[in-house]
Design a protein around this ligand. Structure first.
Ligand code: PMP
Length: 395
């Protein structure tokens, strides 16, 4: 079949093949990007969906506005206020997962050949999505404090990108957290170079100890002229339920209008039933309790994984203990003649019945084959310890 040429730039994900092996009996998987289904607040969501059907069936089951269901836009506006972002309900649109917000950004902003700066490494689906629209992706290096803003400035000055895409808080896959100082610097760069910055923030609420610095969107109130150059994507997926498919995007009015137009031709609107349920849930006041619960459980798992990695793999891997999110990002050091190729290790690990994702596909440029991503979200502490032990054996 003769497919559209836009598909020429995109391959099916290299890690898909690996996922096929995850069904092996007895396997312990650190490979997925899923939250743990056992954490879903099923009772709260039952009540919320019931209320949606009894109190507002006409809205919850009917076609709705492309921008989003009004009660949910109101709730999301209040939710963002608790996180220091002042946004009118009309200043955000509801999207079908934050993934759709990324797609809409691609659709509205990227013409074939346009340059977009992303972090190296970054979220794989973003790489694929932006490439589908013909973007030439430029990779900005990161460390444990997020994107290196000095390097970022050089790249912005050189490439004049259409926009810069960042996951500042507990990046996927990096787990890195952009420091407050660098967040401010990013805002200065936006203004200095008049460059749109996209802040993708599905993990910001998922912190384990101290809260992370305020989002870039929240800090924009201190940097005149920066708010007009910012888009912010949020999601209920990681803290409440990814199956609800509720995300949102805050952006300048002009961009929001174009994105809404594109969404109209794509899915008309996000499921009104899911939106009404999410709105009822946020209204119910259960969210703070849910957040406290997921922070605690994932925090314990992250601790357990960090300790196990140190114990079982010692100097063979380097990593920074993440303070939130779902992932460890590690690098094989090759010390003492140990393996330094994560692809090879992934194959051996599957034989030992443990799985993780090699890091190379997360780089838009210059892949680092020594890197790997380990999710601590879905295995309990016992499985985490056993899985890391197997990983040590594989190594
Ligand atoms: N952005 C990042 C960085 C992610 O890790 C994910 C989910 N893995 C998404 C966006 C999309 O999430 P959702 O569409 O479920 O909101």
């Amino acid at each position: 079949m003769q497919f559209a040429s836009r598909l020429d730039n995109v391959e099916t994900s290299a890690i898909r093949e690996l996922f096929k092996l995850l069904g092996k009996p007895g396997i312990i998987s650190f490979a997925g990007g899923f939250p743990d289904s056992a954490m879903f607040d099923v009772e709260g969501l039952k009540e919320a969906s019931q209320k949606a059907l009894t109190e507002e069936a006409g809205g919850a089951l009917q076609y709705g506005a492309t921008e989003g269901y009004e009660p949910l836009r109101n709730q999301l506006s209040s939710f963002m206020k608790t996180k220091g972002v002042d946004v009118d309900p009309s200043g955000l649109i509801v999207t079908t997962g934050s993934q759709q917000a990324l797609d809409l950004l691609g659709k509205t902003m990227i013409s074939p050949g346009d340059k977009v700066i992303v972090e190296g490494p970054t979220f794989l689906a973003t790489i694929q999505c932006f490439r589908l629209y013909g973007a030439q992706l430029i990779s900005a290096p990161i460390d444990a404090n997020g994107v290196k803003t000095d390097e970022l400035e050089k790249l912005i000055a050189e490439h004049k990108p259409k926009f810069v895409y960042l996951i500042p808080t507990f990046g996927n896959p990096s787990g890195a957290m952009l420091s407050l100082e660098r967040r401010k610097k990013v805002l200065e760069l936006a203004v200095k170079y008049q460059t749109l910055i996209v802040e993708d923030d599905p993990y910001g609420d998922l912190y384990f100890g101290e809260a992370p610095p305020p989002s870039i969107m929240s800090l924009s109130k201190d940097v005149p002229g920066s708010r007009e150059l910012l888009a912010h994507c949020g999601s209920l997926s990681k803290v409440l339920s990814p199956g609800l498919r509720i995300g949102w995007m805050i952006a300048p009015p002009e961009l929001l209008a174009k994105a809404t137009m594109c969404k109209q031709f794509s899915d008309a609107h996000t499921s009104t039933f899911a939106q009404a349920t999410a709105a009822q849930y946020l209204k119910s006041g259960r969210m703070p309790g849910t957040l406290a619960h997921v922070r605690e459980v994932y925090g314990q798992r992250a601790q357990a994984m960090g300790a196990a990695l140190k114990r079982e793999l010692g100097g063979a891997v380097s990593f920074t203990q993440p303070n939130g999110g779902l992932f460890f990002w590690a690098r094989l050091t090759g010390a003492n003649g140990k393996l330094a190729d994560a692809n090879e290790l992934a194959k051996r690990a599957i034989e030992k019945l443990v799985a993780f994702v090699p890091g190379a596909p997360f780089f838009a440029e210059k892949p680092d084959v020594a890197t790997l991503r380990l999710s601590f979200a879905t295995a309990d502490i016992e499985k985490i310890e056993e899985g890391v032990k197997r990983l040590g054996q594989a190594l």
